[in-house]
Design a protein around this ligand. Sequence first.
Ligand code: GUN
Ligand code: ZN
Length: 455
Amino acid sequence: MKADLTIFRASILHFSKAMDGANVSPDYFDDGALVVSGDRIVAVGHFKALNAQYKCSLEHDFSGKLIIPGLIDSHLHFPQTEMIAKYGEQLLSWLETYTFPTERKFDDPTYCQFIAQHFIAQLINNGTTTAFAFPSVHTQSVDALFSQASKHNMSMISGKVCMDRNCPEFLQDTPETAQQLSHELIEKWHEKGRNLYALTPRFAPTSTDKQLSLLGELSQQHPSVFLQTHLSENHGEIAWVKSLFPQHNTYLDVYDRYNMVHSRSLFGHCLHLHEQEWERLADTGASAIFCPSSNLFLGSGLFSLEQAQKYKVNVSLATDVGAGTSFNMLKTYGDAYKISQLQQCPLSAIQGLYMMSQGPACAYNLDHEIGNLNPGTYADFVVLNPYSNAMSDLRFESLSRYRSEGAANTTEGIALSEDMLFALAFIGDDRAIEATYVAGVDLKQQLKEQRYALA
Ligand code: GUN
Ligand code: ZN
């Protein structure tokens, strides 16, 4: 008996390898098991074999439920947690009317800590274990987010928002302070525990050439640091970029000019791209981040999966809270499905799952740590309970009848799991997330005990 080993029994679905996002095929174990030691996965496979091989001291029996990797939200805004669902504006007036006044509050470190707790609680409640999060311009917002994530050994990627024009003065930095403070925050947080830094110019209109140039220099000096920003979300925004940077052919060119387009770049939205922008994203290995609920909410446009697939651009799914309307990545997939249906190019639930797990992990070169359930990775995983409300009980009644006839083979099991994920995108909610393990600890259980804000 090994004192430090725990075995988790459930059906298991994940992607063990990098795949072409248009053509993904998962690994599936119907009566499966994960063996976990401390914060890491030791083995994944069939329950009977692993139970015999590893003499685990503890067993958690989630039979009839589905374990999937902890989900990755590739783009959202932590200060906007409190302002989800503000009515009636499109991007630029939404920023002026609601967003900038809300972000102003984050000059107060106590307030930053308060919202950081709620933000992380919302992620955990919905099964998200890794987030690429925009904070505000204030360094205290970065400190609050990274320190709260560190308390729970949770994977967090963030970095001070930089803006030196075209926003209220109370949110402006300068080219030099943006560079200096970003540099200091990299030293303080990057690769400290599970934290990773992302240089974060908000978007081209709120940075001068000088600021973009200094941040691009930093990006070149720190090849393991990410870069996250917004690209081509709204027609008014695109026209504005054209007038502010008339010397550049396209929106992406502005970032490219300053060495910001590379394999660790994440571009939120990418709705109205020219062919040469798709080509450049593909050539550099940069990622396009599809934020469906936000795009519908702000009336920004429809992301073209067809174009992304044609040019072989990495696509990750993201909530984009607070223009996004939910922290729930399965619901986010549901909105992506509707958008893809409008374009006669339906996105399957298995493809959707890939875009919130192994897809982004591979695109960001983090798949040795997150995104799958391979041995050696962090024990970040989610237990899905399909029977989580009256509607889902009814919807999945046939599933339970099927199950009582015996174990499903792999093809049947994948089809059943896919049907479950698909339905949960529409009739499920956070109640379907029975447990959210982060580095081997069920943080959702802690949340339940502490009433919706993690200590
Ligand atoms: N573009 C620049 N800032 C933002 C933001 O906060 N949200 C969204 N959706 N788009 C942006
Ligand atoms: Zn955003």
